[in-house]
Ligand binder design. Structure first.
Ligand code: GLC
Length: 613
């Protein structure tokens, strides 16, 4: 009898072949190599992982469970190295974390690492952090403890320190064919006419002149991050092998970094091209064949209409999960404007997607907040124009706007486009950093908790950014480090403060209040079926433009959630008369509810239909 991998290969062989042949012009040899590589990676997959694959094939929606709580962290900031992290797994469990995203930790060269996103060796861990064996041992331990691990796979580019790049630089034509090399500026100049810049101020342009070999190479991100040419099947084959290598070390989720950028075509923006979707479908198929328990998380930070296609279709899925990037930035827009109308619309759009579309939800991550809002809608409905509105948001969150209590810093402030983005920890953006009086502390706390409650109300995996569980503030020490100074994202990549974390059980402290309340909310989420990913979710008009209303129905119960995005107490008609507040257990039969400034309620009621049963 054929082994399970062969069976899976046979099931999708026709599609696999067709997609591969289409992209790589019937390159027989490359396809044969691809299939034999898949076999090799399957043979190398250990029994414990194969058993997990089988279990997950039986329960394919495991990553959609409401009991999952995520955290993303830098190993060095959190615990020094991988061994340190092992020793702190109890802390993560105490936080309720069972999905852990480790920020890039593969081999990279200091000073040109882009926070680990410039990989010099996809098979080796950065020596200061540990070894590949230690990473595998950590994954084994996490598996025993029910913690799912996620790791980045930086697929758009390699570091200029990667052996392929070094060989290319030295003149090896095979290695050069893995990248985009040019002899003159003629073609790069044509690309520049249509390809936007990712880092317009910190790394302008999409090409870099290599003085030693007198060539130009494509570098859409930093000059030391050389874009890989996925039109070359060897690149696709070898990078897929690298990805499967990481999956075989025990990763549960692989984050496909910058996936929209992986196909380049002259005369286009080189983003979200149709070939990217062919590749992402092929990536999914390769996973299904070799490691069907592994989930693909697409890093697609793109305008709302470009996002959903990365899920593929129910018959032909691509990414299993995507970041809720638009919801995240629309949430911060709502904090600054106190007007929930765009957020309501954005939520309605998310709710209109098939329920199988799963988002990883977050308030802050390691990257900046790019203002990828629905500007045509804002202009048509609220008369807010893109450039002045971005300026308002940035002024608000950097504390320049009169009355602002927020503290963040601009990122890639492109004066030509008026397109600055924003950095800062959630706690500093919510006003903890500027809070001096008890009232200001309370306002920051209420805003902070309301935003977290909103995140927990969304379907998908809520992911905390390490330090948020104790409301850690901005870290300005990056300004003293010449290697980091130019990149303000380091303001929210500071060392985790174990000293502050010590206070987490003391309700008299900020850390204790935040930690305790987060745990309460997370437990309520895990315990109540209405938070299931399969619940029917909708947004509704609460009668106030400052108050967001969400309904989730499941198992004969409905959760009605209200979030006051303004600092003023507001009366709103009670949309769930008779509902019981989940946190307090109090029944609310009154016709009007008074929502305190930045207040929120989770009202649970039995559905009329269920009532009659
Ligand atoms: C992704 C990462 C970001 C990095 C970029 C280039 O967007 O999240 O931190 O700079 O890719 O690899």
């Amino acid at each position: 009898m054929a082994d399970p991998m062969e069976k899976r290969l046979q099931t999708c062989y026709g599609e696999l072949r067709q997609l591969y042949d289409g992209l790589y012009h019937n390159d027989e040899q490359a396809f044969d190599y691809f299939c034999s590589m898949l076999r090799r990676m399957w043979l190398a997959r250990k029994d414990a992982l194969r058993a997990k694959d089988e279990a997950r094939l039986e329960a394919p929606g495991w990553y959609r469970s409401r009991s999952l709580l995520g955290m993303m962290l830098y190993v060095d900031n959190f615990a020094g190295d991988l061994n340190g992290l092992r020793e702190h797994l109890d802390y993560l469990t105490e936080c309720g974390v069972n999905y852990l995203h480790l920020m890039p930790l593969l081999s990279t060269v200091r000073g040109r690492s882009d926070g680990g996103y410039a990989v010099a060796d996809f098979r080796a861990v950065q020596p200061e952090l540990g070894t590949m064996d230690e990473l595998e041992a950590l994954a084994d331990l996490c598996r025993e403890r029910g913690i799912n691990l996620c790791l980045d796979f930086v697929m758009n580019h390699t570091s200029e320190d990667h052996p392929w790049a070094k060989a290319a630089r030295a003149g090896d034509p095979v290695a050069r064919a893995r990248y985009f090399f040019f002899d003159s500026w003629e073609i790069p100049g044509l690309y520049e006419q249509t390809v936007p810049e990712v880092f317009p101020t910190t790394a302008p342009g999409n090409f870099t002149w290599l003085d030693d070999c007198r060539k130009i190479v494509m570098t859409c991100f930093y000059p030391y991050q050389w874009d890989l040419n996925y039109a070359n099947p060897m690149v696709f084959n070898d990078m897929t092998e690298n990805r499967l290598f990481l999956a075989n070390r025990g990763m549960d989720v692989i984050r496909l970094d910058a996936i929209p950028y992986i196909w380049k075509e002259l005369g286009t923006s080189c983003r979200n091209l149709p070939q990217v979707h062919t590749l992402s479908r092929l990536l999914k198929l390769a996973c299904y064949i070799v490691c069907p328990g592994v989930v693909l998380l697409g890093e697609v930070v793109m305008p709302p209409e470009k996002l959903a296609p990365y899920f593929g279709t129910p018959e032909y899925p691509e990414c299993d999960m995507l970041y809720g990037a638009t919801t995240m930035c629309t949430t911060w827009h709502t904090v600054a404007t106190r007007d929930v109308r765009l957020l309501r619309r954005q939520t309605e759009q998310v709710c209109s997607l098939p329920r199988s579309c799963t988002f990883q939800n977050y308030l802050r991550c390691h990257d900046d907040i790019g203002w990828g809002l629905d500007f045509p809608w804002l202009w048509a409905n609220l008369g807010q124009a893109e450039v002045p509105h971005k300026k308002f948001l940035n002024d608000w969150f950097t504390g320049k706007y009169p009355g602002s209590w927020s503290r963040g810093e601009l990122y890639n402030d492109d004066e030509r486009l008026g397109d600055a983005r924003l950095c800062g920890t959630a706690a500093s953006l919510c006003g903890f950093e500027t809070a001096e009086t008890p009232e200001e502390e309370r306002r920051a706390f209420d805003c902070y908790m309301m935003l977290h409650a909103w995140m927990f109300t969304q379907s998908g995996i809520p992911v905390l950014y390490s330090g948020d569980e104790i409301a850690q503030l901005n870290d300005y020490s990056y300004l003293d480090d010449p290697e980091k100074r130019a990149d303000s994202r380091y303001i929210h990549r500071g060392k985790f403060s174990w000293e502050l974390a010590e206070r987490r059980s003391d309700p008299e402290t900020r850390q204790g209040r935040v930690f305790g309340m987060l745990r309460t909310l997370e437990k309520l989420r895990a315990d109540n079926e209405v938070f299931d990913a399969d619940a029917a979710v909708s947004a509704f008009d609460t009668g106030s433009d400052h108050v967001l209303g969400i309904r989730r129905s499941r198992g004969g119960q409905t959760l009605t959630a209200l979030f006051n995005f303004s600092e003023t107490a507001l009366p709103v008609p009670n949309p769930a008369s008779g509902g019981v507040e989940l946190r307090s257990g109090a029944a609310h039969t009154e016709e009007w509810l008074l929502l305190p400034g930045y207040g929120f309620v989770w009202l649970l009621s039995r559905d009329a239909a269920a009532e009659k049963e």
